[in-house]
Design a protein around this ligand. Structure first.
Ligand code: NAP
Length: 606
């Protein structure tokens, strides 16, 4: 990054420091500048607040009346969590900040905004999350207003292993500018290991807005980020400070001869203080398998005992590859960084802009070890290699049990991922750790709450659609409703390949049917007959009754595969609302959209 040289006579730096800083700045990307500026303001804030994070002081009195609106669009809750942290930080800087779910936001209000921060994630093929869809559509539609008076910044959440990385954030950022807005801080695109970069961006953006609209930055209070605060066993376990849970049960739910291997896992949560609600997920900080680590070290031709600089300081290469870095998924940024050292014409060619499809094909079904074997780098050390990797991200699993019914145990439904590609056996990181090695040590876990997948009032009827392992949260729903004596009707649509081998939790469902808690259950065993039958076929067949339940105020839940199933189920719901409600396609879509806004159509799909 180019910058004017720092003059030692106009800065508090001495000549040598000024020179060093100028030289460093020239090597930095805009993202690194953002990070460093946030990092420095964090240090500055700690100094002002006095090294030890003092108890949160009351928010500084603000002399400003301008509101800073923070909008979030979030599927799994990350963008929402960061939006909340941003608000807390803005409060302590004396800003008048409000945080709003995009689903609850009237797009027309945009033109009244003066200061706006957007925190938004991206899903599937570059799509916005459910709660951001409407605002996204509005911004790109004919009714999009001029936003000349708007000052804005965007924080984008994504995953570099997807082609359309952070696309929704990029869309918001570009469109807000196009409509006349003024960008206050450059957009930052966050990968799955987003904590540090998000923290830095928050510091940077808050001080930028505070400088502009006049918060009280002279007396900022350091807002502790989740996990940064000291742990108290009752409630403060988090992604950065996970609870070590013991696996006390591990049973395969499939019968012999099934193509699937789904495990029912039970974790001991006694004395953990962990509390969750039905619909929440469990975050697991996984570790890579010893076999995968050994294979990679062999491919690198180095020793696992070599010392490398890991995430928290010096560790052995073997430790870093086991606990700290992702060594399976290939991402474009990783290959790009690797290519700068590989000096391979073939690899450079694969990274050319017009070779995106060829690169996607190469990445499909290959892991980091394949890259190392296919394009070896002579003399690459373990220390050099780990610098190319991204942090091992946590994995989320829908919780399959109710805390109210069973506070000392937490259940998961985990499909073991094992397959073979390009002549090599491949294993899912967390699923195989859970399936095969979970009894070896305690599992670092935390609760990842999901406000967008929650039971309604006890008397409200619910329709649950969850094929395969997507049925997990509905077991928690039913346990909870049983425990609470909730009298709302319950209807389950479940699908799997075979009745005999894949009917997960069959005894639970049958018992609840018998007790009357489960009002109705429709099952679609796709491969028990010549023609495939899926849950959406069962939904279509029961269209009139589903519509009657909707009319009675039912909430509909969908959990499981986002790509095909959730889309097909959505179409089936639109069709039955149209048919039985006497609505054309547009009106049926508006009806379902309204249900979504009213939280009567909730999806937890990925
Ligand atoms: P699965 O056993 O592979 O599939 C369950 C049933 O769904 C099978 O009968 C399958 O039929 C059928 N199916 C296939 N395509 C479908 C479609 N377009 N519409 C409806 N049904 C379809 O499922 P699984 O392995 O448990 O995985 C379920 C998916 O849900 C995974 O992608 C998992 O990642 C995801 N999941 C998400 C969450 C969450 O978001 N919280 C939780 C759990 C699971 P055939 O195989 O015969 O085609």
């Amino acid at each position: 990054m180019k910058s004017a040289p720092i003059q030692d006579h106009t800065s508090p730096l001495n000549a040598e420091q000024a020179q060093q800083l100028t030289a460093l700045i020239e090597t930095l990307t805009p993202m690194q500048v953002t990070w460093i500026s946030g990092y420095l303001s964090g240090i500055n804030a700690s100094t002002v607040a006095g090294e030890v994070a003092a108890p949160a002081a009351p928010a500084a009195q603000s002399s400003v009346s301008e509101t800073l609106t923070i909008l979030y669009g979030s599927q799994t809750g990350n963008a929402e969590d960061i939006a909340e942290q941003l608000k807390a930080r803005a409060d302590t800087a004396g800003l008048n900040a409000v945080v709003i779910d995009m689903l609850d936001y009237k797009p027309k209000d945009l033109k009244k905004e003066q200061n706006l921060i957007v925190c938004v994630s991206t899903h599937g093929e570059g799509d916005p999350p459910d709660n951001a869809e409407e605002l996204h559509e509005f911004l790109f539609g004919k009714k999009a207003p001029k936003l000349d008076g708007l000052k804005f910044s965007v924080l984008a959440f994504g995953d570099t292993s997807y082609e359309h990385f952070c696309q929704t954030g990029k869309d918001f950022d570009a469109q807000l500018e196009k409509l006349g807005g003024r960008r206050m801080a450059d957009r930052v695109d966050l990968d799955v290991d987003f904590d540090d970069a998000a923290e830095a961006w928050i510091e940077h953006v808050v001080s930028t807005f505070a400088d502009d609209i006049g918060g009280d930055t002279a007396h900022p209070t350091v807002t502790a980020m989740p996990g940064a605060q000291a742990a108290t066993p009752e409630s403060n376990y988090s992604r950065k400070n996970p609870f070590g849970a013991e696996v006390v049960g591990n049973v395969v739910l499939n019968g012999r001869g099934s193509d699937k291997e789904v495990h029912h896992i039970e974790l001991d949560t006694e004395d953990s203080g962990l509390v969750w609600e039905p619909g929440d997920s469990l975050g697991i900080i996984p570790e890579n398998s010893p076999d995968a680590v050994a294979e990679l070290i062999a491919a690198l031709g180095v020793s696992g005992k070599d010392t490398v600089t890991g995430i928290d300081g010096e560790v052995s290469l073997e430790h870093a590859l086991t606990h700290q870095y992702e060594i399976t998924t290939l991402t474009r940024p990783l290959i790009e960084k690797y290519a700068t050292q590989a000096q391979s014409e073939a690899l450079d060619a694969l990274l050319a802009e017009d070779q995106r499809e060829a690169l996607a094909e190469y990445m499909d079904g290959r892991f980091v070890v394949d890259l190392v074997e296919d394009y070896p780098i002579a003399g690459l050390t373990g220390a050099d290699f780990v610098r190319l990797l991204r942090k091992l991200p946590p994995r989320l699993y829908s919780i399959a049990s109710s805390h109210a019914a069973n506070p000392d145990e937490l259940h998961l439904t985990v499909a073991a991922v094992r397959y073979e590609t390009h002549g090599r056996a491949r294993h899912g990181v967390a699923s195989i750790q859970l399936a095969d090695r979970s009894e070896e040590s305690k599992l670092p876990v935390y609760i990842d709450s999901n406000k967008n997948f929650k039971l309604p009032g006890d008397d409200v009827p619910i329709i649950m659609i969850g094929p395969g392992t997507g049925v997990a949260p509905f077991r928690a729903f039913m346990e909870e409703r049983e425990e609470r004596g909730a009298d709302g009707d319950n209807w389950l649509f479940f699908g799997a390949q075979h009745f005999l081998t894949d009917f997960y939790y069959q005894t639970d469902w049958l018992r609840w049917r018998k007790d009357g808690l489960l009002t109705r259950m429709d099952v679609a065993f796709s491969r028990d007959q010549a023609e495939k039958i899926y849950v959406q076929d069962k939904i279509r067949a029961a269209g009139a009754q589903v519509y009657a339940w909707i009319e009675r105020g039912a909430t509909i839940y969908v959990c499981g595969d986002a790509n095909a199933m959730a889309h097909d189920v959505h179409e089936a719901l639109l069709a039955l609302i149209g048919e039985h409600g006497g609505l054309d396609a547009e009106a049926a879509a508006a009806h379902l959209k309204q249900m979504q806004k009213d939280k009567r159509y909730q999806r937890d799909v990925y």
